[in-house]
Design a protein around this ligand. Structure first.
Ligand SMILES: NC(=O)c1ccc[n+]([C@@H]2O[C@H](COP(=O)([O-])OP(=O)(O)OC[C@H]3O[C@@H](n4cnc5c(N)ncnc54)[C@H](OP(=O)(O)O)[C@@H]3O)[C@@H](O)[C@H]2O)c1
Length: 266
């Protein structure tokens, strides 16, 4: 799996490309996008940027489909033969099922459906994957090695979980960024100067995220380590826990994202 084709090099496709190039600089990768920023990767001679899929001249081992779900059907309906003959396809699109891809790419074509997230660009992503039955164990191993360059790889067996998974890990970075934004905003409203609020909010989230990397320590223990009985953190946490408000809000958040993922797949 040394010859890759990436179709769609936007926020997520670009993040995967960065992760892969970091670890596999020797791979030959063709990239198709209307406006990919080739200069970001200019030092790598094995990357070839094109604006039209018609420019692809060699059959890929793996084609990564990284356009928006809304653009996928038009793309699949117009794939040139050389791309359709790709040995394996890998989709990162929200909602789109293995069955959907089989309809366009052939019912015996090896297809992997995944849900990555943007920390892939720095090798800190987590990508959930499911393969159809035509993906051999060898291809699964090769795909795992490739995807490990973007972070952790989680293979699942039950495709019906994919929308709920996407709501957690695909969308999850946005929840954390929004929480950090709100922490910053609230810190300003609570009397801190903007520059101090900005650095405190961001660096606190980064430091806490690093602590969570020590994954044998339960989250509750990490939280309790900051929360002395009757201390200031407890006073703050009590507000977050009142009426189970945060839990209720997050359940609603995940439900809404899962529902939208299903809609995008329809
Ligand atoms: N962003 C995330 O955090 C995230 C996380 C997990 C999964 N995903 C999935 O990743 C996929 C891409 O999302 P994104 O956020 O990266 O979107 P994006 O930033 O809009 O990137 C998609 C890119 O593909 C280009 N494109 C569209 N049709 C094309 C075609 N036929 N040939 C070549 N290039 C084409 C787009 O160009 P135009 O702008 O001209 O259309 C755009 O540059 C989606 O399916 C999404 O569900 C995203």
């Amino acid at each position: 799996m040394q010859r890759l084709l990436l179709i769609g090099c936007g926020k997520m496709g670009g993040a995967i490309l960065k992760g892969v190039v970091e670890q596999h600089a020797d791979f030959h990768i063709d990239i198709i996008d209307h406006h990919a920023n080739a200069s970001l990767f200019s030092e790598n001679k094995n990357l070839h940027f094109y604006t039209s899929i018609e420019q692809v001249k060699s059959k890929p081992d793996l084609t990564i489909l990284a356009v928006k779900p809304q653009h996928m059907t038009e793309l699949l309906e117009n794939l040139p033969k050389i791309v359709k003959n790709s040995k394996t396809f890998l989709s990162i699109a929200a909602g789109k099922t293995l069955h959907y891809f089989e309809q366009y790419l052939g019912s015996h074509t090896p297809i992997i459906r995944t849900m990555p997230n943007t920390p892939a660009s720095i090798g800190k992503g987590i990508i959930a994957c499911i393969a159809n039955k035509f993906v051999s164990p060898t291809i699964i191993d090769e795909a795992s090695i490739l995807l490990q360059s973007t972070g952790d790889v989680l293979w699942i067996e039950d495709e019906s979980l994919m929308d709920a998974i996407s709501a957690v890990s695909g969308s999850g970075p946005a929840y954390l960024f929004y929480f950090t934004e709100m922490l910053e905003k609230s810190a300003i409203q609570n009397g801190l100067p903007i520059d101090i609020a900005k650095i405190l909010a961001r660096k606190t989230m980064i430091g806490a995220a690093h602590l969570m990397e020590q994954d044998d320590i339960p989250l509750e223990t990490l939280r309790r380590n900051v929360t002395s009985p009757n201390g200031m953190t407890e006073a703050g946490i009590k507000v977050l826990q009142h009426d189970d408000a945060l839990n209720v809000l997050l359940v609603e958040t995940l439900k809404a994202a899962t529902k939208r993922s299903k809609e995008l797949g329809a």
